[in-house]
Design a protein around this ligand. Sequence first.
Ligand code: PGA
Ligand code: ZN
Length: 419
Amino acid sequence: MATISKIYGYEVLDSRGNPTTAALVELSDGSQGKAYVPSGASTGIHEAVEMRDGEEGRYKGKGVLKAVSHINGDLADALIGQESLNQKEIDRMMIDLDGTEQKSRLGANAILAVSLAVARASAVSEGKDLYEYLYQVYQEDFFPEATLRMPQPGFNVLNGGQHADSGLDIQEFMLMPQQETFAESVRAGSEIYHTLKSILSAENYTVSVGDEGGFAPRLPHNELALELLERAIQEAGYQLGKDCFLAMDAAASEFYTESEGYRVEGQIRTSQELVDMYYQWIESYHIHLLEDPFSEDDFESWNMFMDNAPEGMQIVGDDLLVTNVNRIHLAINQGLCNAVLIKPNQIGSLSETMQAIQLAHENGLTTMMSHRSGDTNDTFIADLAVATGCQYIKSGALARSERVSKYNRLMEIEARLNQ
Ligand code: PGA
Ligand code: ZN
């Protein structure tokens, strides 16, 4: 069995042009693995700590040299000589070495970079494709009933909230084409995306894009986004509610404050008003999945919404759950949602991410693998989604290479699986 012979960390840039952590791991048999960590903008308050230097004169305080120094220092010192296939043990050692609840001593961005790079190096060492290797790890260590499967994509084609200056309160408006294959869903998504662009141009809206590659027109209200999507789907030759559905990430923590409550389109809304608004949209626009309809600690509203959720509706916790098994347990016990968003950097290690997926699947919750709004061309989540049988994946629009790289990798995996 190969052992870890070298680990080094360094800074790279994410898609917003901010620094993020990278790690390279080398094994005694010469195998190498590399990983880049993404970064969110609408981050949940319960997420593991993304360590930034805070040194104003360098990258406006956003440098990650401290986290990098932890990769090259504490983490390398502890892990060199370890057998790389012991992913669970390696992650456990890093978590213990950090010793804090939210990985605030070494930084989740340091630990995750190493965790993912170790898995990649191990896959190379085993002569396996990453998704095959991760499947093996997940099956052996976490979930014996795991099945390899292609996820269904959610393409974020209109950007709002913290991801654009469109003025839209809702952060993400997504297309969910339901074609026979992943590749055909990508094709449908791309055709609708380009049709949407033509419609926006014809209506004199800007076609500049937001952080996740979706268009960011300054629309007067949120519902118009849904109307435009309906039109684009039709004009592209698809049928809303039949071969394409819609999804939204409200990211409601971003329009909620303790003092005011929820503010949408300039008006304060009660939870009940928000619920009514969502239900009306869900019915009128075939919305199949709704993420973070309420703020991350507003359990009462989540619960009320779940109680009357339409049949088959996916109610996804992102900021609510932060890929954390304790929060997922709480959601299961209190009936807060029926689906879990999975972002490895919210929790900070591969093993804990897999535990979160396992807990969700064992309890009948679906999972949606997710990129971050600040991302790179690292495609780890594509392989992870297939290996763990996640039902859904979102990686932004059908444009910009940090977004399409995940979809392209999934098309490659699909082609391989069908060989
Ligand atoms: P973030 O957005 O990466 O900025 O958190 C993605 C999401 O909220 O799902
Ligand atoms: Zn979200």
